[in-house]
Design a protein around this ligand. Structure first.
Ligand code: B16
Ligand code: MG
Length: 223
């Protein structure tokens, strides 16, 4: 069998496999309205890939007020309850373009696949869109201490897959996620806007632009 420059592909969830950012926004907006904090889709951009508590801190900063830790814990729980209500209604029709095709293609060529997401709701979402079985391992926000841009999530994923970090490709829609991939010693493919994901090794609009064959040629293209 031919030796590949990569043995595994690790996928971020929100913004790469499914678009849950819209549900995060609706739930954060409800909390912001309740607290009289101005919050729009523009501010929501800053929350992509960021953990739940870090997202809350960013929103509360817009209020200019101070909140206690127990108030913050209550707000985070309220937001999550509303968010879970939204994602509980998700169906496979919400899977982003090219995701199933790329995962099937990679598997047929013996490449390992995984999820590396900051979301503590990863398993629920993957169950709702019926994609759990397409991944060899699923690493989420419940399994790590440090959030992206810390490389912990991707290093844990690589070790669960039993693959060396330099043989992993990460697909990420957030700047923090690309930084985390690089700190882990992995190749980072940005999914989304080229102007925002400037640190990525390569950028695509969505997963329909990628295939096993294109990945095999990527390193040669970039050199
Ligand atoms: P939860 P990803 C991230 O998912 C989201 O992009 C981010 O907006 C969210 O705050 C974070 O998960 C935590 O989500 O509240 O469900 O634990 O992009 O890492 O797949
Ligand atoms: Mg993301």
């Amino acid at each position: 069998m031919q030796t590949m420059w990569f043995d595994a592909c690790i996928f971020d969830l929100d913004g790469v496999i499914v678009d849950t950012a819209k549900y995060h926004f609706l739930a954060w907006k409800r909390l912001a309205d309740m607290l009289d904090i101005p919050f729009s889709e523009k501010e929501n951009e800053k929350l992509k890939g960021v953990s739940r508590l870090a997202s809350l801190e960013i929103i509360l900063e817009l209020s200019g007020k101070k909140y206690t830790d127990s108030e913050k814990a209550k707000f985070a729980e309220m937001k999550n309850t509303w968010y879970v209500e939204f994602v509980s209604r998700m169906t496979p029709s919400e899977i982003l373009p090219g995701a199933i095709e790329l995962l099937t293609d990679l598997k047929s060529h013996g490449i390992k696949t995984a999820i590396g997401s900051a979301s503590k709701n990863t398993l629920l979402i993957l169950e709702k869109v019926r994609m759990k079985d397409l991944f060899d391992t699923i690493t989420d926000g419940n399994m790590v201490k440090s959030a992206k841009p810390d490389p912990e999530i991707f290093l844990v994923t690589a070790s669960m897959l039993n693959v060396k970090p330099d043989k992993c490709i990460v697909f990420e829609d957030s700047v923090a996620g690309i930084k985390a991939a690089h700190k882990a010693g992995m190749y980072g493919i940005g999914v989304g806007n080229k102007e925002i994901l400037i640190e990525a090794d390569y950028v695509i609009n969505d997963l329909s632009e990628m295939s096993f064959l294109k990945l095999t040629a990527l390193k040669t293209i970039n050199q």
